[in-house]
Design a binder for this molecule. Structure first.
Ligand code: 13P
Ligand code: SF4
Length: 357
């Protein structure tokens, strides 16, 4: 990366001192992550944002839904900025609030809405988190999806009852957690397709289901296949395959271990020197892990899959522009959630932060 730009970023960062706090998601570029005061997965970063009342500006190096959550969790006079407002998330965009309202009407017509708790993945808009808060549900991340689902089923009579969870927007995280961690059967999960009338589901299918999964997925993790797993096992004898739960059920079932980005990082920190690993998550993180663990043999699960293109929109030029603007007293690219959505989204986020563990 450009040494002049890095120098400008350093100077602007130093000039801002404690008035700014820079958060960086693990999928960010190296040229950006070097300036993060804290790095983390989306759960850790939400907690960190909530714990920094001193900073006037929270610079979020991540994607739009993360900046929205930070705005909701920080004090009213704190300003959250996203260095490039076009850094969205294709998965979060797969669930629009009017589609979710319509899905709830479908569940009501089928007579199951009163026995259904919505659970939304952090990767969703503030409007959908607010919907979740209004209907007594919770947010979850890939680190606490299991605890969140157990909590949600407890609200409607426990895992053995006939209560349901509407899980949005990542069908894979929902299915993987329900089947592999809660012991539900794959056939207990149905997929609600917002582009089809009634979600493409008959009322009796909704009645029989325990998990109603939104038809959404991550464009990065959704590209790994079971063939990738088989190929790496052939290529690298003794390899341990470790994947993110946004991967398909087929991939997660074929892998040896599954967990959030923080889990993946901790697993490699604890790995035996000389051991071989194939990692199924975003490439910036896998490359960083390979570099910081020269004692391990670290492989990318599929050499043709690349970065999260929206995470990568945050680059050094955008960061420099943002920091220098703040130094000049201009708050650029502020992300603000409207007050009513912020209130109800906070209810769902606080519910998540109150979950055990
Ligand atoms: P985590 O940060 O929760 O591991 O999620 C990965 C991701 O896709 C973030 O967009
Ligand atoms: Fe969204 Fe997937 Fe990118 Fe995460 S990695 S921001 S879920 S598209």
């Amino acid at each position: 990366s450009d040494p002049d730009l890095a120098e400008r970023a350093r100077a602007a960062r130093a000039a801002l001192g404690d008035s700014a706090f820079v958060l960086g998601h693990h999928y960010q570029r190296d040229e950006v992550i070097q300036f993060a005061d804290v790095t983390g997965d989306s759960f850790k970063l939400a907690r960190e944002a909530a714990a920094r009342p001193a900073a006037e500006h929270v610079v979020f190096c991540g994607v739009h839904f993360m900046a929205e959550s930070a705005d909701i969790l920080t004090a009213p006079d704190q300003k959250v900025v996203l260095p490039d407002l076009a850094a969205g998330c294709s998965m979060a965009d797969m669930a629009a609030i009017d589609q979710v309202e319509e899905a709830w009407a479908v569940l009501s017509d089928a007579g199951v809405a009163e026995r259904t708790v919505p659970v939304t993945y952090m990767n969703s808009s503030a409007a959908i988190k607010a919907f979740t808060g209004r209907h007594g549900g919770t947010v979850c991340t890939s680190s606490n999806a299991q605890v969140a689902l157990r909590w949600a089923f407890d609200q409607v009579g426990g895992e053995d009852g006939d209560g349901k969870v509407l899980f949005m927007p990542d069908q894979h995280l929902g299915r993987n957690t329900a089947v592999l961690q809660l012991g539900l059967r794959p056939e207990d999960c149905v997929v609600y397709d917002p582009r089809r009338p009634g979600g493409g589901l008959a009322p009796h299918e909704l009645e029989a289901a325990r998990m109603v999964l939104w038809r959404g997925h991550c464009s990065v993790h959704g590209r790994f296949s079971a063939r990738n797993v088989a190929e790496v096992r052939e290529r690298v004898p003794g390899v341990t395959v470790l994947v993110h739960p946004e991967c398909t059920h087929e991939v997660v079932t074929a892998a040896d271990m599954v967990g959030s980005t923080e889990y993946i990082i901790r697993a490699l920190d604890a790995a035996a020197p000389g051991s071989s690993w194939a990692i199924g998550t975003e490439l910036n993180l896998v490359r960083r892990l390979a570099r910081t663990h020269p004692e391990l043999d670290v492989h990318y699960l599929d050499s043709t899959v690349c970065f999260c293109s929206t995470m990568n929109r945050i680059d050094l030029p955008h960061l420099v522009w943002t920091l220098e603007s703040l130094v000049q007293g201009r708050t650029v690219n502020r992300v603000v959630v409207d007050a009513d959505d912020a209130h109800w989204a906070r209810v769902a986020l606080d519910q998540m932060l109150a979950l055990p563990g």
